[in-house]
Design a protein around this ligand. Structure first.
Ligand code: NDP
Length: 337
């Protein structure tokens, strides 16, 4: 045996062997048989002119999972970055995990929505295609992405339901397996997912939800675990400006491990069996966010205490507002009323 490998193995404790340390590319199984890398780079609000550089920097630094969406209006530049790293041999397409999302005004046009993203991303397939929100919006409204009625309320398309949209995604997945490797949902509560599962033939591979110590969403996390639906956590740092960095409970756990708050906030999801998306366009932060550690039960209890003490808080609101029946409540997006 290679002496340095033997030396490395000798230094491992039984705990390390049976509970390997989490890394950014720890492969988490999906119900399709594929795997998803533990840490993804988010691209929401990554401005044109910044996002290409951010993705190139991330992939050169080892990131293999990139979270995109048509609605972010930057997939073209994400695609330029992907083309760049692939053409320079930094990474092969098959070693990347690319997610995109079907926007609300495309619920009746799933194939068109997918093709638009594939063209912009300049990739023949996505690894995961999500229904971005369980709310169809008028495809022929006064705006291609955010249509409104004359009174300013959101132009919701009530002629179909999110279950119909899921059927469209199932058909797309079955007819174009070469273009979409897995389908899933985002922003689903237990109530919505129960409705969807009652009518689905394909179980969503993933549910991407806002998730952090101020919004643990334990109910939907447990429900998805029981149904073999992978959870991906978004806005783990508290979204714009990373407000969770200042939380005293997070700071305490970070001090205990001698790491920064980002490491604690991202590692929290791995401890729960989820993957996590962190957005940054700042090279030093993209690098910092790669560090993940094993949190122990005491750490998880300390993080669990944060929302119990301070109450739950959501940082991201759906694009349709309260007029769609969205109750401003912490337990998940629930629009059925
Ligand atoms: P995050 O919780 O990832 O926070 C992003 C903010 O934190 C930015 O302001 C960023 O600044 C800053 N930041 C990142 N790393 C650090 C660091 N190490 N130190 C200090 N500040 C830092 O928020 P997002 O809401 O963007 O969520 C992540 C991703 O999840 C999104 O980008 C998107 O891909 C996905 N998402 C999905 C949604 C859905 O509906 N499915 C909804 C919302 C998000 P800067 O960039 O300036 O460095």
């Amino acid at each position: 045996m290679n002496p340095s490998l033997a030396n490395f193995i000798l230094k491992l404790s039984p705990k390390d062997i049976f509970n390997p340390k989490p890394t950014m590319n720890t492969a988490i199984p999906l119900n399709t048989g594929a795997t998803i890398p533990a840490l993804g780079l988010g691209t929401w609000q990554s401005a044109p002119g910044e996002v290409k550089k951010a993705i190139i920097h991330a992939i050169e630094g080892g990131y293999r999972h990139i979270d995109c969406a048509y609605c972010y209006q930057n997939e073209d530049e994400v695609g330029e970055a992907l083309q760049d790293v692939i053409s320079r041999g930094i990474v092969k397409r098959e070693d990347l995990f690319i997610t995109s999302k079907l926007w609300c005004t495309f619920h009746t046009r799933a194939e068109e929505g997918l093709q638009k993203s594939l063209d912009l991303l300049k990739t023949p397939y996505v690894d995961l295609y999500l229904m971005h929100w369980p709310v169809p919006m008028n495809p022929k409204g006064n705006h291609p992405l955010f249509p409104k009625h004359a009174d300013g309320s959101r132009d919701i398309d009530t002629s179909i339901t999110h279950v119909d949209t899921w059927k469209n995604l199932e058909a797309l997945y079955q007819s174009h397996p070469e273009k979409v490797k897995a389908i899933g949902v985002a922003n689903y509560s237990v109530k919505y997912l129960t409705k969807l599962l009652a009518h689905s033939t394909i179980t969503p591979a993933a549910n991407q939800i806002e998730n952090h110590p101020l919004l643990p969403q334990q109910e939907i996390v447990d429900f998805c675990k029981a149904k073999n639906i992978h959870i991906t956590a978004y806005s783990p740092l508290g979204s714009t400006g990373s407000p969770l960095f200042k939380d005293a409970g997070v700071v305490d756990v970070a001090k205990k491990h001698n790491v920064g708050p980002a490491t604690v906030l991202l590692s929290y999801h791995l401890a729960r069996g989820s993957s996590v998306l962190a957005k940054s366009v700042t090279p030093a932060r993209i690098d910092e966010n790669r560090k993940l550690i094993t949190l122990d039960d005491g750490d998880l209890e300390a993080l669990e205490a944060i929302h119990k003490k301070n109450g739950v808080q959501r940082f991201v609101y759906p694009p349709f507002g309260v007029d769609a029946g969205f109750p401003d409540k912490p337990e998940g997006i629930d629009l059925s009323g």
